[in-house]
Design a protein around this ligand. Structure first.
Ligand code: HEC
Length: 124
């Protein structure tokens, strides 16, 4: 009788363990990954980079592209942005951190700029 009781307890706890595993796998919360389509704003996030990275001191009208606020979008869309092959955009690769230009983006600025081109280089 004791053996039967013991066996019963083992059986019951195995069932509970199994059930808890199954229960856990069903209710485990799914944390969504960050949305890669969070829209990057040109006016709020990209245009200020030229100021922050010190581009304006040279690219302020005389030297193409004109990177002054208000002018930069039409200026870079005139041959410096390639939405078919974003990494081949001159506005992206020319001042890369490991490149040789006078002033360079930080890697965060470069990543943001590339993301904006990948999203279609919108005037937003
Ligand atoms: C000290 C002055 C100076 C600064 C600062 C500077 N540039 Fe330039 N940039 C030039 C000159 C001069 C040229 C043209 C000669 C050459 O290609 O190096 C040029 C060329 C470029 C070109 C290619 C132009 C073309 O028609 O092929 C791009 C794109 C560019 N710069 C972007 C930037 C960005 C973005 C920054 C800021 C991160 C920056 N530059 C900072 C002087 C500067």
């Amino acid at each position: 009788m004791n053996k039967l009781l013991f066996f019963g307890i083992i059986l019951a706890s195995s069932a509970m363990i199994l059930a808890s595993c199954q229960y856990k796998s069903i209710v485990e919360p799914v944390i969504p990954p960050p949305d890669p389509l969070d829209t990057i704003s040109y006016s709020a996030e990209i245009e200020p980079i030229y100021q922050d990275a010190g581009c304006i001191s040279c690219h302020s009208g005389g030297q193409a592209p004109d990177l002054r606020a208000g002018n930069s979008y039409s200026s870079i869309m005139n041959g410096y942005v390639d939405t078919e092959d974003p990494a081949a955009s001159k506005i992206y690769y020319y001042p890369l951190p490991d490149g040789g230009h006078y002033q360079k983006y930080t890697s965060a600025q470069a990543a943001l700029l590339l993301g904006w081109i990948e999203q279609g280089a919108m005037d937003n």
